[in-house]
Write a protein that binds this ligand. Sequence first.
Ligand SMILES: Cc1cc2nc3c(=O)[nH]c(=O)nc-3n(C[C@H](O)[C@H](O)[C@H](O)COP(=O)(O)OP(=O)(O)OC[C@H]3O[C@@H](n4cnc5c(N)ncnc54)[C@H](O)[C@@H]3O)c2cc1C
Length: 371
Amino acid sequence: MNPFQLQSDSLLQRLSNLQNAFIEAHSSKSVRDVRKYYCGLGELGALDLVDHDGLKAWGRAADAFYEYGMQTDASTVLSLGAHLCAGAVPVMEFGTVSLREQLGMSTLRGQTVFANAISELEAGSDLTNLQTTAVQDGFTYVLNGTKRYVTNAPFAHYAVVFCCTDPQAGFLGVSALVVDLNSPGVVIAEPYRMIGVAHAQVASITFNDCRIPQDNLLGQEGSGTKIFAHSMLWERTVMFSGLMGVLQQNLDAAVRFATSRIQRGVPVAKFQAVSHRLVDCAIDIEACRSLIASAVSEKNSQRAALLAMQTKVACSEAFIRVGRKVALTFGGAGMQESCPASRLMADSLATGSFSGSNDALRSAIASKMGL
Ligand SMILES: Cc1cc2nc3c(=O)[nH]c(=O)nc-3n(C[C@H](O)[C@H](O)[C@H](O)COP(=O)(O)OP(=O)(O)OC[C@H]3O[C@@H](n4cnc5c(N)ncnc54)[C@H](O)[C@@H]3O)c2cc1C
């Protein structure tokens, strides 16, 4: 059974209550409360997308994220995406048996939260320039470097950290280590103050001579680039499915508003300018959901990476269009912080940057098209 296909109003209510708890916990920056929120999701069965034997179907995960987005906001979807798509997925798919046994059940229960750390000061879109290093010493790796813009960093238990194990080998010298963020030598900075996805907690992490057990290496040394690409297939489809749920939730609210707000004696939905604007939003969201379905169905084909990149660009740009149109529909109320639609425009700027900037993805798509 899909745990996200919430069957009863009471479950919907509990998820919605949890959403408020998430926003409050993030606003207060309480690590304990955010972790409690994840445990609450675990109790609801809402994190049941990974298990000991690997991952359940992508389509199911995409549907689950969509339902989740229908109840939450872009910050929450980003946090959950960073945890599941870019953290739990690589650990469960590429981790050693003992690592999966150690973390599998607690991930399912929401007791273990992940982050994913690849971006650096000199390596944003250009991931060939990573400066973070891991040098093997006995049965451990010694990790040094600074990662920035790490979603969930302030409260995550573990981060999947991409680093150079062989600086001479280019992309074949990149490896992925699972780092316990409680380890000596880990320093997590204060979260950035962001205007978009403002309830997410994003911070930089510095590693000073951190000793990481050899068993925490994902895959082989040098397979980091492949593992990162795999996580991005998930983020760009499954997580963006969640963001389409956020848009649909806001469109539904705009339809309710437009059919009940009376001006000149009629609901504003009767003005064609308003109704056609909302129709365009519905078309945008459906088109993106079709792209997601197509990318998910071709996840094992040679076109998987291309489709995932196209999907991410399309969904994040739909966010800009739909966000603007929905907010306009509420008139002045759409500018008030208390109106969820007021956040969509700022959130859309963030969706254009994370999971690969749209410009960089367009460059990658162009090269795949032979341009
Ligand atoms: C809210 C948020 C959450 C994030 N979460 C994480 C996270 O959890 N983990 C993590 O590791 N990172 C995370 N990031 C970082 C994100 O992946 C980077 O911001 C992104 O890759 C861009 O890198 P940059 O910011 O250094 O910009 P740059 O790469 O310096 O880009 C600057 C400008 O140049 C353009 N550009 C760069 N390269 C190209 C190219 N090849 N072709 C065309 N245009 C190009 C960009 O589009 C942009 O307009 C997050 C970012 C945000 C905003």
